[in-house]
Design a protein around this ligand. Structure first.
Ligand SMILES: [Zn+2]
Length: 363
């Protein structure tokens, strides 16, 4: 029998991350320095540890207003080329230190124009940071450009994704409040991306239910779902039996990836606790589940910590963690050959080594 993976072991496993926001993972010390550089005022603290605590408390407060305020500060200081490049570079370093080997990190270029940058300058600054991160830390990071669902720039952002597709932008996303802003509002952008054979994911089924998931898949043609937790509204559980409705069956049959973010879902109220998070049921029913961080700063988390919490709540072992990881790599927007190389050349050998070294009986 395998030893239960510890956080320390999990950090050494080669991991894959598909849903992570650049403005949700900035280091507190960097926020303070960048604020000083550009004369940004209004940070709630100027000591890194105090600022870190403030972010986590605001995110845990249950107040949407306070949660959104956290992003106004990170986005507020990410308004210059140097700031964007630095934040991307440090993101690559932090993920690499957590054992992530492949990541897709997203951000909304339209939120970084406050000090006069163009959309192109924003995209190029972020790509530059990740390219340097790849050179120094070996981690491969693709970016997703996000359009804000309450704004009207999705077509422009979709065109940006296509223009930079061979330079490190691997896909497109829409984010922001779901209620009142259905994905079909941006149908022209999604149709354009489909005609261009481009990849995209849609934040859907987090705060809002099945109609949002249905629209994202059947109207917009999403390759993946950001969160998608509400798909359980279409599953009836009776003891060990589960009856899937047509949409849930479709999502499972077509192997549509669910980018699940357990800790973040608890903070936004989409789930009550890790133990009650739908990920347990969806994994048991073999949906294409992946494990993600969403906002590492606000949630005080990392991929390894998300895994460790799942190990504790559901008793997962190395096979489960490898299954989530291979699911994520299969679902990545990187080209097929690259995905295969990661799965066979990095992920499987890496997990095999950890399983082998941990293979001693439980005391
Ligand atoms: Zn998200």
């Amino acid at each position: 029998m395998n030893k239960r993976p510890t956080l320390e072991d999990i950090r050494r496993a080669p991991k894959v991350l598909l849903h992570d926001h650049l403005d949700g993972g900035v280091r507190p010390a960097t926020i303070i320095e960048l604020a000083r550089d550009i004369g940004y005022e209004g940070l709630p603290a100027t000591d890194p540890e105090k600022l870190r605590t403030w972010f986590e408390e605001a995110a845990n407060s249950g107040s949407l207003e306070r949660y959104l305020e956290t992003f106004s500060h990170t986005v507020g200081v990410m308004q210059t080329i140097d700031a964007l490049t630095r934040v991307a570079y440090e993101c690559a370093e932090d993920l690499a230190n957590d054992g992530v080997v492949y990541a897709e990190v997203r951000y909304a270029p339209e939120q970084h124009l406050g000090m006069g940058l163009t959309l192109e300058q924003v995209v190029e600054a972020v790509l530059d940071g990740f390219a340097r991160g790849h050179r120094d830390f070996g981690i491969r990071v693709g970016t997703l450009v996000t359009a804000m669902r309450h704004q009207a720039r999705s077509m422009e952002i979709a065109e940006l994704a296509v223009r930079y597709r061979d330079l490190g932008v691997v896909g497109f996303d829409i984010a922001g409040a779901e209620a009142g802003y259905p994905p079909t509002r941006h149908l022209d952008a999604f149709e354009y991306l489909q005609r261009e054979n481009a990849h995209f994911t849609i934040h859907a089924g987090e705060g809002f239910g099945l109609p949002s998931i249905w629209q994202a898949i059947q109207w917009c043609g999403a390759d993946r779902l950001g969160h998608g937790v509400r798909i359980i509204d279409d599953i009836e559980v009776d003891g060990d039996d589960a009856r899937l409705g047509r949409l849930a069956n479709y999502v499972r049959d077509k192997r549509i990836p669910l980018e699940m973010c357990p800790t973040s879902n608890i903070q936004t109220g989409a789930a009550k606790s890790i133990a009650e998070h739908p990920i347990g049921l969806l994994r048991r029913l073999s949906f294409r589940v992946t494990v993600n961080t969403d906002n590492r700063l606000m949630s005080g988390t990392s991929v390894s910590e998300e895994f460790a919490k799942l190990v504790e709540a559901f008793g997962y072992g190395w096979d489960d963690l490898q299954w989530f990881t291979v699911n994520a790599m299969k679902s990545a927007f990187a080209p097929f050959n690259e995905r295969l190389e990661f799965i066979n050349g990095v992920i499987k050998p890496g997990f095999a080594q950890l399983k082998w070294s941990g293979a001693r009986p439980l005391a």
